[in-house]
Design a protein around this ligand. Structure first.
Ligand SMILES: [Zn+2]
Ligand SMILES: [Zn+2]
Ligand SMILES: [Zn+2]
Length: 453
């Protein structure tokens, strides 16, 4: 018999192995939500009456047609598992939206829709000119037009008159790779989480200084809560899309005092971002200032589902970026093991130079704590993609357990066993004994089973 968890990779192989059970196997796969690399477990779950010792209910991997319990891999990245990424994106949307429109069923008050909220994009500063697509009033403009046609010190044209197509692979690539500061770029990616934490720390201070001007709002009477998602730009630098919401001072989500407006919040966010920076030492002993780029957009979020800056649109952006990683900037979605591997990866020249910079700087003892080699596939960034303040809204865990409860109920109904009063009696004790039996990499593609893509 083959190792548990290894499943046939085609329909014909599936029916050859399982015969008349093949349909039941497909049913089981479907319950992983068409996950492309489910986790296989063996074991059982017993519900025991702790007073009488009687086994009220048993569910075991031996009851499954494959002999294993299959769980979805839950990878958030679309490039790794389209199906699990889809579920993750849905959860990201739900929890982001709950922080904007409320979710009364999960204890998030709908009244928070009236709080001041802004959507800010915090970018990286420039580390050298890259090819870009400039669109103004629906017209694509030349990439970098200069009247004097300058030549850089490497003898390359520093301007570019091309009007780049949206899919042009040149976009985000350096105009002169020798001028581009690859080392500075990966150090910025590595230090960005620190810059973010300091910006958040500065928020209350800036808020207090703005409130100092308005006697109507006492100090400490507001809290700024946020949800943020990181996105890789084509030039290989990370930027942040952040929802900021102004709440009252309490631990519970309550309304901020009168006079705390959207304009004030936008002003506070822009002020905190502009005044926050840190200075680090480069490998050559020079200084590098880690700060946000000057191109900062802060806009008000409109309540409702309609329009570009609505609750729904903003939540949609966050969910979309939450399922991506460095691969959208020509990076990789998996770790790199050697410098030799970098030289042979099918990535853009720009991404390769960023990875080489990670490898080189990561090998220096004074930069060891940044773990740049471990994170070379992410171009130096080792932060989380989607994070939020504790009381922004619901959590991924709450959404997942609600889904599991719902599925468990459906399964009971399917077994003709909806009456679970036995299992719910106070003396019932649930014992789970499962062990990992491998990652079931080769599964029937959802396309072959006619499932959703
Ligand atoms: Zn999966
Ligand atoms: Zn160009
Ligand atoms: Zn140059």
């Amino acid at each position: 018999m083959e190792a548990p968890g290894s499943l046939p990779s085609s329909l014909s192989a599936l029916s050859a192995r399982y015969g008349t059970d093949a349909l039941a196997v497909l049913e089981q796969l479907k319950r992983t939500n068409d996950c492309s690399s489910p986790i296989a477990l063996v074991g059982e779950r017993l519900t025991i009456d702790r007073e009488t010792g009687e086994i009220i209910d048993r569910y075991g991997s031996d009851q499954e047609p494959t002999g294993v319990v299959l769980l979805p891999c839950r990878n958030r990245r679309a490039s790794r598992c389209p199906a699990c990424s889809h579920v993750y994106g849905g959860d990201a949307f739900a929890l982001t939206r709950a922080g904007l429109a409320g979710d009364e069923a999960r204890g998030v008050p709908a009244a928070l829709a009236d709080h001041p909220r802004v959507f800010a994009t915090l970018t990286a500063p420039s580390f050298g000119s890259v090819h870009r697509r400039v669109v103004r009033a629906g017209v694509v403009l030349p990439c970098r037009q200069r009247r004097d046609d300058p030549i850089c010190s490497h003898g390359r044209a520093a301007a570019c008159r091309l009007r780049h197509d949206e899919l042009d692979p040149a976009l985000g690539q350096a105009i002169c790779p020798d001028c581009f500061d690859y080392e500075g770029a990966v150090l910025w990616n590595a230090f960005m989480p620190v810059l973010w934490r300091r910006t958040i720390t500065n928020l209350p201070r800036v808020l207090a200084s703005r409130f100092g001007l308005s006697a109507a709002i006492p100090q400490g009477s507001c809290r700024v809560r946020f949800a943020k998602v990181a996105e890789f730009q084509r030039r290989g630098l990370v930027h942040l899309h952040v929802i900021f919401r102004l709440d009252g001072p309490d631990q519970r989500v309550e309304a901020p005092p009168d006079g705390a407006t959207t304009e004030l919040l936008a002003d506070v966010v822009a002020g905190a971002a502009a005044r926050t920076s840190l200075s680090i030492t480069r490998p050559d002993g020079g200084r590098l200032s880690i700060r946000w780029g000057a191109q900062m957009h802060v806009r008000a979020i409109r309540p409702g589902d309609e329009g570009e800056d609505s609750d729904a649109a903003v939540s949609g952006y966050v969910a979309k970026y939450a399922t991506k990683a460095a691969e959208s900037a020509g990076g990789l979605d998996r770790r790199i093991r050697s410098e030799f591997e970098i030289a042979h990866l099918a990535v853009s020249d720009h991404a390769r130079r960023l990875m080489v910079a990670c490898w080189r700087v990561g090998g220096l003892p004074e930069f060891e704590h940044l773990r740049l080699r471990e994170w070379a596939h992410m171009l130096g960034f080792r932060g989380h993609f989607l994070t939020k303040a504790r009381r922004y809204s619901v959590t991924f865990g709450e959404l997942r357990s609600a889904r599991m409860r719902y599925r468990a109920e459906l399964a009971l109904i399917a077994r003709g066993d909806a009456d679970d009063s036995l299992r719910n009696r106070p003396s019932a004790l649930v014992v789970r004994r499962f062990t990992f039996a491998g990652a079931a990499r080769a599964v029937v593609s959802p396309h072959e089973t006619g499932g959703r893509p």
